[in-house]
Structures are given as C-alpha cells and as structure tokens.
Design a protein around this ligand. Structure first.
Ligand code: PAF
Length: 282
C-alpha cells in the first residue's frame, strides 16, 4: 500500500498510472475506520474491472462548526493504516491540514444549495459547505472514475450527487448501504463516545425507524407515527432533534406517505449526536 502524504507524492503516484486504463475508485474518509468504511472499500474492489483504490484520511476542519468537536474527533492513524493494508488498498492519502487548506486559502467555497439547508445543515451551520468544498478539492486532486459514499450520511450523499451533476464533475458516485451492528445501531466513528448504558440504548433509534416504516406502510398517518417515535425516544432518554419523513430525492418533508421516501432521524444521547435513516417505498 502506497502511503501518500503530500500533493507532489500524489501527482507522482498518478503519473505512474498515466498510461493505465484501469479505473481509480476513491473512498474519502476522516479516519477512525470501522466496518462501514471497509464496506465502501470492498464495494470498490468488487467493481468490474477491478479498479485501483485510494482511501483518503483527512479530518476536515471546514466541516466542523464546533472547535471542541473537531479537537475530540478520534484520530487512530496506525490502526486505520493497518486495516487498509489488510484490506488490500492500493494507496492511502493522508495529507496534513495545510496541504489541503494552505494559509493562502482565499476562502472560495462550494455552496451546496437548498439541499443543505435542512436537517444536518440546520443543526451544523456551514457543515455541508465545508464538506462539499473538501470533497470537490479531493475529486480534483485524485481524479477518480468512481467515488463511494455511505447511505448512513444520506444528506451528504445526496449533496455530493447534486454537486457532481450540477458542476459536471467526471466521477460516478456509488452509494453503499449503511452497515449496522447486530443490534441495528448504524456504525459510526462517534459510537465510541457512548457509555455502556448509552450504547445499550442506542439501537432504539433503528428500532423506531423500522417500527415507524412498518406503521407507515400499513397505512397509519405519518404525522402520528412520527410523533409516537419522537415521544418514545424522548422517554428513553434521547433528545430528539428531528424524526421526519421526507422525499428521497430532495429531502423535503413529506406530510403524507407517497412514493419514494426516507425516514430521517437525529438524536442526542449524552454527549453524542446520532443520525440514521431508512428508505421506504410503497
Ligand atoms: O463522511 C465523511 O467522513 C466526510 O464528510 C468526508 C466525505 C470524508 C468529507 O470530509
């Protein structure tokens, strides 16, 4: 596995494959890798023809609106590299912050538009602008034919798809289903901050998602189902930010279930903000 730490090494690695027709698949991450990230990589490696794979590890300061959250984001590089090596990654790109955000950064940013206004965008000001800007930079530097994103961060995925479409980026975005623990909890780097008691409660989020999806498909009124889910999570000890039904394309609230929809949830458990979602079709 080639370990690339600056832009000239990246250019050098690209140059070595300049004459190759083998595609390049890119998995952007912020490190602290778990089975969810490895599923993205495995999906890339399963493409036919098998592409070269590059994983980036970069804790992007632009997408944190809270300095304390950025400071405590788990950084586990040695373990990440061992996992990537074991999984047969071709290259890992681990730039220092000033390689992607140099002091002369002029402040040009990607405006992700209306899709970024609600849900996580409302809770975390500037988050999606910072995410889209760094993903755009990584796409320019890495020039992959494929890039893989998890459905766990569904709003992020939809914004990246929209950016690529609106700005004609020459990359195919592949969506990979959320990886879950056996009890249903969506895998996330933030799960490690849950206490044992919180970890035991956390699967209730997915339990409420599946129960709500079933009730809505059975024909119960969506607003009542959502209200019940919020109340049950609240009484279990969560502070629910949103538990909503939206259309799967624009993530606009859907008052009555019709067509392709997604249940979206964000809830705070202790110090940890958990998000999850579940797609439902008639
Ligand atoms: O999902 C993430 O880990 C990040 O938002 C991403 C896509 C790597 C951009 O920093």
């Amino acid at each position: 596995m080639r370990q690339i730490t600056d832009l000239s090494q990246l250019a050098q690695w690209q140059a070595e494959f300049a004459c190759s027709t083998q595609p390049l698949a890119f998995v952007p991450t912020m490190g602290n890798l778990h089975a969810g990230h490895l599923a993205l990589l495995a999906e890339a490696q399963a493409l036919n023809p098998r592409p070269r794979t590059l994983v980036s590890i970069f804790v992007n300061p632009l997408q944190f609106n809270d300095a304390a959250d950025l400071a405590r984001y788990p950084r586990t590089l040695d373990d990440d590299l061992a996992q990537l090596r074991h999984a047969g990654t071709d290259a890992v790109f681990v730039p220092p912050v000033d390689a992607l955000l140099p002091a002369r950064d002029g402040g040009v940013r990607i405006d992700p538009g209306a899709l970024a206004q609600g849900w996580e965008g409302a809770a975390r000001a500037g988050h999606f602008t910072g995410m889209a800007t760094i993903v755009a930079k990584l796409f320019h530097l890495i020039r992959p034919q494929f890039a893989l994103f998890g459905e766990k961060d569904i709003q992020q995925l939809i914004i990246v798809q929209s950016m690529v479409r609106d700005l004609n980026f020459p990359v195919n975005i592949l969506a990979v289903p959320t990886q879950r623990a056996p009890d249903g909890l969506a895998l996330s780097s933030r799960n490690r901050f849950l206490s044992d008691t919180e970890r035991a409660l956390a699967p209730q989020i997915y339990a409420q998602l599946t129960a709500s999806a079933e009730a809505i498909i059975r024909g119960e009124a969506a607003d009542l189902v959502l209200q019940r889910a919020r109340a049950q999570l609240t009484s279990a000890g969560f502070i629910v930010d949103y538990f909503a039904l939206c259309d799967a394309a624009q993530l606009q609230p859907m008052p009555h279930f019709s067509g392709d929809a997604i249940l979206l949830v964000a809830a705070q458990l202790g110090a940890v903000r958990l998000i999850d979602n579940l797609r439902i079709s008639p």
